[in-house]
Design a protein around this ligand. Structure first.
Ligand code: KG4
Ligand code: ZN
Length: 338
């Protein structure tokens, strides 16, 4: 088999990322994070587009240099078609189109959500690959889905959030506690020192495999407001316990739906992806589920779970093998199904 070199570009949200893959192995994986959004407490689309425009060339250049690859060696260019912020997507797709045209090589469009799932097929010694069929739980600041994966490009969303994503639930809860954005990692940190049963928050009643997190946010807000009336220092004095209790509730919501998905599909392999899969409580709970329920769980290397271009590259490689190429008139899509 001849070697395939893919340049992959990801620009769907607030990270500008480029990676080089040699077949299914990652040679380089570069991300420029946009810290500018932190002061606004969330991603500002207009600022994201501008930062992508500034970062895209240096990031691609760094990916090529780190991989020690000349652009003339590239076999194809893969880019994120969607879903995502339109202004952000346009920067990556326009750059990918131009470079593919200049180098006279094929262009490959990648679905960002499929890429979060297929990141598990990057060839790495440090983690196992799932076998088909498996369930994927993608949890991030932008998405919360349970996906039944029957083959590389045969996936069905069987459950998803009807309002906020899990990452938003973490970040908005953190904001109520006065923690800086993004608060998810901080809730995780304080939760490790607290009692998860200290405070009880009611779980949302959503039928089937769908999720809802906006009610939890409101419940936390009212709870904190009430407690502060009794004791203005309530949050400071109980931060660890509050964080542990919030995290415990979020994990319970996720686990209830996963258990139901396993029951309905009979599939016991669970692969997780998205930035929230960094959460230590979620990781521990999934590891425990291996013994408790006989599941096999798959957690990829952290750099492949948050938004990254290596995951775009592995999908690009699969599509290269089947010659799934696009013409230069392919368009970005803010919303996109599998
Ligand atoms: O995948 P990601 O980097 O970007 C997208 O949203 O697509 O995910 C970012 C989200 C944020 O909401 C952040 O607070 C959350 O992942 N997050 C965490 C942890 N690390 C990142 N949430 C809880 N615990 C963590 N350790
Ligand atoms: Zn993502």
């Amino acid at each position: 088999n001849p070697e395939v070199f893919i340049l992959a570009i990801e620009s769907s949200c607030d990270d500008t990322a480029a990676a080089i893959l040699q077949n299914d192995k990652v040679l380089s994986n570069v991300v420029a994070n946009q810290l500018i959004h932190n002061q606004y407490g969330g991603v500002v689309p207009e600022l994201a587009s501008r930062a992508h425009q500034q970062n895209i060339v240096p990031v691609v250049d760094a990916a090529l240099r780190k991989a020690n690859i000349q652009k003339e060696q590239l076999s194809a260019i893969a880019f994120t078609q969607g879903p995502g912020l339109m202004g952000s997507l346009l920067v990556g797709s326009s750059f990918a189109k131009s470079l593919a045209l200049a180098l006279q090589i094929p262009l490959i469009a990648v679905n960002h959500m499929q890429a979060h799932v297929l990141a598990h097929f990057i060839d790495e010694e440090s983690f196992d690959k799932p076998t088909f069929p498996f369930l994927a739980l993608t949890i991030s600041g932008g998405h919360t889905q349970i996906i039944k994966v029957d083959d590389f490009f045969d996936m069905t969303v069987i459950g998803e959030t009807t309002d906020d994503a899990v990452g938003e639930a973490f970040d908005k809860s953190a904001k109520i506690l006065g923690l800086p954005y993004p608060g998810g990692p901080l809730i995780d940190k304080y939760a490790q020192l607290g009692n998860p049963k200290a405070f009880a928050f009611t779980k949302p009643k959503v039928t089937g495999l769908d999720f809802s997190f906006s009610g939890l946010k409101t419940a936390i807000l009212y709870f904190i407001q009430k407690k502060k009336l009794e004791n203005p220092n309530f949050v400071d004095e109980n931060l660890n316990d509050i964080c542990a209790s919030i995290q415990f509730t979020i994990i319970e919501i996720l686990m209830d739906k996963l258990k139901l998905a396993v029951k309905e599909t009979g599939i016991k392999q669970i692969a997780i992806g998205g930035g929230v899969s960094a959460n230590s409580g979620i990781r521990n709970t999934l590891k425990e589920a291996e013994n408790k329920y006989g599941w096999k769980t798959f957690i990829p290397k952290f750099e492949y779970t948050t938004d990254n271009a290596a995951m775009i590259g592995i999908v690009g490689y699969q599509k290269f093998l089947t010659q799934s190429f696009e013409t230069s008139s392919v368009v970005s899509k803010a919303r996109i199904q599998f």
